[in-house]
Design a protein around this ligand. Structure first.
Ligand code: T4K
Length: 376
């Protein structure tokens, strides 16, 4: 039997993609803000409920460029509980990441702990809406306002997420998205920056294209972060299918919650209030009272062809290029350390059948009954 992986891209029928490719073959416009690129920026603004979007090659270059666009330097406060691209984008800009612990319920940067980490060198906060759960954007904004700091949200997981009827991508100074193959909405590789105004978008667009303003004028040491026309075309097609993909994801999450709620030693994340979610991940936290350890459960599922992932273990602050930093010391990050040793993301993608979900839940129930020493 084919293994069931943590995710799998939702691919529309290939025949639907061919007309887009024919158009590209006709126009010969392969990149550099072609018509489909422009159309995708416009359609995404509509779909997401934001004013300005700049498409990128991937989410990481979007992060690197967002930091450049706001001229961020010195130290930036961020979460250790995320994908390593966030902190790497700081290093690529010569910025020191300062890790701050996470909230035990949302697993997002804990706003109550930010203030204590601010120094005269702090210029910005870079929180992550982890698993698409919105950060406490009001509390974070309050700290940023009090200390005159910028906020760049890493919204790589938060495509389409709205809270209190408003796109979460409108919070802070900038938000970045990832359209990687493993994301709810993908363009194979891809990403974007959401800006609040046309001027900021223009600066970002210049930075994305080597700093070119016109044929003879270069205003900044920009990079090549442009999304190609083929990726943009695929995005246009994906957008037609994304609602049905999210609806199926919601159905799978509901099944998981129904089958796994109340299992001794397992914690499921709370559903955030007044939020329309994208159901991008389904993390479970394996506590001491569960029959076996998190790693034993991971192996148990794997031995049955179920490939969950320990997103996010190890913490970013544990990697060699970060662990020497003062903010990386484990005693300052107790919640993140505990959660990263408990978390397991179960498979969640639109192609999962109900029977797959039942099977996975049955294996989890079975594991809960395994004696600790056998499975360790
Ligand atoms: N910020 C955050 C918070 C992020 O999570 C990410 C990326 C970024 C920033 C950076 O954005 P990008 O620069 O990537 O746009 C994956 C992704 O590579 C990465 O994009 C993602 N976060 C991260 C959380 O997960 P891996 O190493 O786990 O991917 P991989 O290749 O092991 O894939 C996982 C499973 O998905 C595979 O078992 C099979 C399936 N899969 C994967 C790919 C790539 C497919 O079915 N098809 C595919 O094409 O990192």
């Amino acid at each position: 039997m084919k293994p069931i992986t943590v995710t799998q891209p939702h691919l529309p029928p290939l025949a639907q993609f061919l007309p887009y490719l024919e158009k590209i073959w006709d126009s010969k416009q392969l990149t550099n803000r072609g018509p489909m690129h422009q159309q995708l920026e416009a359609e995404l603004c509509d779909y997401l409920g934001v004013e300005h979007i700049s498409l990128f090659t991937n989410g990481t270059l979007a992060l690197v460029t967002a930091l450049q666009a706001l001229r961020i330097g010195g130290e930036v406060i961020t979460t250790p509980y995320s994908f390593v691209a966030g902190a790497h984008s700081l290093l690529w800009n010569g910025i020191e990441p300062v890790f701050v612990d996470i909230d035990p319920d949302t697993l997002n940067l804990d706003p109550r702990r930010i203030e204590a980490a601010i120094t005269p060198r702090t210029t910005a906060i870079m929180p992550v809406h982890c698993y698409g759960t919105p950060c406490d954007v009001e509390a974070i904004q309050q700290v940023a306002d009090d200390y005159d700091l910028k906020i760049i949200y890493d919204a790589a997981h938060a495509f389409g997420v709205r809270q209190h009827g408003r796109s979460i991508l409108r919070a802070g100074d900038l938000s970045i998205l990832s359209f990687h193959a493993t994301k709810v909405f993908n363009t194979f590789e891809g990403g974007a920056i959401v800006s609040p105004d046309a001027r900021t978008k223009q600066r970002i667009d210049h930075l994305r294209n080597f700093g070119y303003v016109n044929e003879v004028t270069v205003v900044a040491p920009g990079i090549n972060g442009k999304m190609s026309e083929v990726n943009a075309a695929f995005g246009l097609l994906q957008l037609r299918h994304v609602d049905e993909a999210i609806a199926r994801r919601a159905g799978i999450e509901a099944m998981y919650r129904d089958r796994l709620e109340g299992v001794r030693g397992l914690r499921l994340l709370e559903v955030p209030p007044d939020t329309s979610r994208n159901h991008s991940y389904f993390p479970i936290l394996v506590g001491k009272d569960f029959g076996i350890t998190r790693d034993a459960l991971y192996e148990h599922l794997k031995s049955h062809g179920i490939h969950g992932r320990r997103y996010f273990y190890p913490l970013i602050s544990e990697f060699p290029m970060y662990r020497h930093l003062p903010g990386a010391r484990p005693h300052g990050l107790p919640v993140a350390h505990e959660v990263s040793r408990q978390v397991l993301c179960l498979p969640l993608h639109p192609a999962l059948a109900d029977a797959d979900v039942e099977h996975i839940c049955a294996l989890v129930h079975q594991a809960a009954l395994l004696p600790m020493k056998r499975a360790a």
